[in-house]
Design a protein around this ligand. Sequence first.
Ligand code: HEC
Ligand code: HEC
Ligand code: HEC
Ligand code: HEC
Ligand code: HEC
Length: 221
Amino acid sequence: MQNDEQVSNYVFPKWVNKLPMVILTGTALVLSFVIFVFWYWFSPKHLDVGYSPKQPIPYSHKLHVSELGLDCRYCHTQVENSSHSNIPSTDTCMNCHTQIKTKSPHIMKLKESYISNKPMQWVKVHKLPDHVYFNHSRHINAGVSCYSCHGRVDQMEVVHQVQPLSMSWCLECHRAPENHLRPKEFVTKLDWKADNQAEIGRQIKEAYKIHPGEDCNTCHR
Ligand code: HEC
Ligand code: HEC
Ligand code: HEC
Ligand code: HEC
Ligand code: HEC
């Protein structure tokens, strides 16, 4: 008497028994690879580019930075020390606006916020998903300018997003940071341009041993 197993052993070579498992895991692997490649190569390069929500009052970076000459860090005080770049509190604005344009309805709104101690409800422009870890100070201290990620904010009446903030965009720079590095004293000078970016970038990269991570856990932890 032969049972079914013996029959199949007899008719097909033994490895055939394992075939369904091999096919299954193989398909699963190929599938996840295809999904990864698709998602990676075709991940949007233009995620929210141009996004420019309406703010509670028309604060102009162009006026305050380019015309009045304020440095980014006058307001975004934490940007070189912390992972998060803070939005200034109304107190910072009132250094000037207790005196300047006090009759303007916009400045009256500021004053209201100041007196009542209720922060201005600025609408966030740039936003990464929660599963992504980002750190401002690491970038600023390595010599990456606000310009590389936020564009010419100094010329914007209203802030809008100029870069996609997608994973492929982050990685493009992490693989070749020399295209963006500059001496640290120029990180907030958005109109600064190197005569020879490739050369200066390479020197800074070597001098400060800059190697941005490409492992998943650099940005997903
Ligand atoms: C006088 C204060 C002040 C100065 C100086 C200033 N900012 Fe701002 N910044 C603000 C305020 C207030 C907001 C929130 C309102 C808005 O988005 O316009 C803001 C918003 C931003 C945003 C958008 C944040 C978001 O919601 O995603 C970026 C980017 C930014 N600033 C970059 C810069 C850069 C770069 C500089 C220097 C070139 C600079 N800022 C100088 C006050 C300032
Ligand atoms: C260094 C001084 C200074 C600081 C700090 C400052 N401003 Fe101003 N702001 C000015 C000057 C100067 C003007 C232009 C006044 C004019 O048009 O004559 C102005 C104009 C404005 C106007 C236009 C007002 C109108 O109706 O024409 C707004 C709105 C404004 N600022 C908001 C802010 C906000 C919000 C902050 C804080 C994030 C801030 N400012 C911080 C000096 C400052
Ligand atoms: C390497 C890219 C990069 C550089 C360089 C960079 N930023 Fe940002 N910035 C981002 C990203 C990404 C976000 C969104 C962060 C998030 O959602 O967690 C952001 C958010 C912000 C915000 C909004 C924070 C909030 O909570 O509303 C401000 C303000 C800001 N950046 C200012 C600056 C200033 C000023 C500089 C230069 C001194 C600068 N950034 C340099 C990428 C960058
Ligand atoms: C324009 C270039 C540039 C862009 C764009 C950029 N990075 Fe970076 N990143 C760097 C450099 C340079 C460093 C510093 C590496 C060092 O100090 O060795 C860095 C460091 C980091 C670090 C700290 C690494 C560590 O080991 O702790 C994190 C986290 C990070 N980047 C996340 C991001 C994310 C997320 C994005 C996209 C939203 C992004 N970066 C976009 C250039 C960039
Ligand atoms: C330099 C920073 C950085 C590194 C390194 C990185 N990621 Fe990401 N990743 C991001 C950012 C930023 C996003 C969010 C982009 C978006 O919303 O499209 C993201 C999103 C994702 C998502 C979600 C996609 C979606 O559509 O929501 C997955 C999955 C992911 N990453 C996997 C990985 C894996 C796997 C690795 C390692 C091979 C990796 N990441 C390395 C920055 C990074």
